[in-house]
Design a protein. Sequence first.
Length: 374
Amino acid sequence: MSFENSNLTIFAYMSKLAQTTGAINLSQGFPDFPIDPKLIDGVVEAMRQGYNQYAPMPGLPALRNVLAERHATDYGCQYDPETEITITPGATQAIQSVIASVVRHGDEVVLFAPAYDCYAPMVEASGGVVKWVNLNPEDFSVPHDALSDAVGEKTRLIIINNPHNPCGTVWSDANVQHLHQLRQRNDFFVLADEVYEKICFLPGGFSSFGGYEKLRSYTFLVYSFGKTFHATGWKVGYVMAPSELMLPLRKFYQFAVFSVNTPVQHGLAKYIPHADYAQIAKMYKDKQMHFAKIMAATDFKPLPTYGSYYQLYDYSAVSELDDISMAEWLTREKGVATIPISVFYPTRLEIKYLRFCFAKQNNVLEEAGKRLEK
Ligand SMILES: Cc1ncc(COP(=O)(O)O)c(C=O)c1O
């Protein structure tokens, strides 16, 4: 079976290949280390206390309250927990709810390539038409002119992933100003997928779109507890938006999902006020630097990363293979699974980068390094 005829997402395909070949899996974006036992205790306690029935549709009030407080403290933004925050089964479902609530047949949606793989199929399922803007190939920065050209009267939504998967780039202030200028010209919404908000390596930390008051009226913010607390299997996230945008979103959401796992919401509500986000960012920065040191012994060349738990490596000094073949070959022959990034483009590019997930235990990263050195 090859990726092309597998009918699987690249993540499912590479993880399956890693499993069947016994390779180290640095492909799919999930950590292999345990979550904080205090978080587990909170969830178990909630189950034992009998919180096992449906939660309110938009999410547990206690959880929405702590999230409103946290965003006010971290980014200086005010969201009403009653009407402007909705808990969802993972960021993926939040993204789908945003798209389903704003995109209608024939609407244009701007996506930056490479793009996280659920965006385009969801836009198309809502009848939208994707307008692709390729990030600048040399450093994956945002091309302002190409973005201006892509935005027009039919533009309904722009989806921005920040920090970016797979590139590890972070939006600059100049990008945000440019986006806002375009909004003066055309009337669109913005979906800011900020699932890696707490994994940002910039000295000043992460600047959420929520911190820009002028973007507020047209922006949806999307988050994932799975990414932040290394509990991807829990699939719990949330979306924040002004009440005028949240109302239609909830109309869709109440029938598509209705409500999210109650004891997990109780556990999170108890845990979040005491969560050590600085420690999370430091842990990932240490891992990123450790992995960079290991990889320095190989012929793979790193691209800069400023956020997320991914690092792109240029393998052009190692092989002539295209990136999908290279990822398959590395998995089968060297025992290390990665993600080729051409699959995140609408048409396959000749691009010699692979994405490595470094959210793994140090001994796993070290063993991967040894295999790649060969
Ligand atoms: C950019 C981005 N958005 C959304 C998601 C999905 O998050 P969740 O697992 O909470 O649905 C991921 C997961 O890898 C991601 O990388």
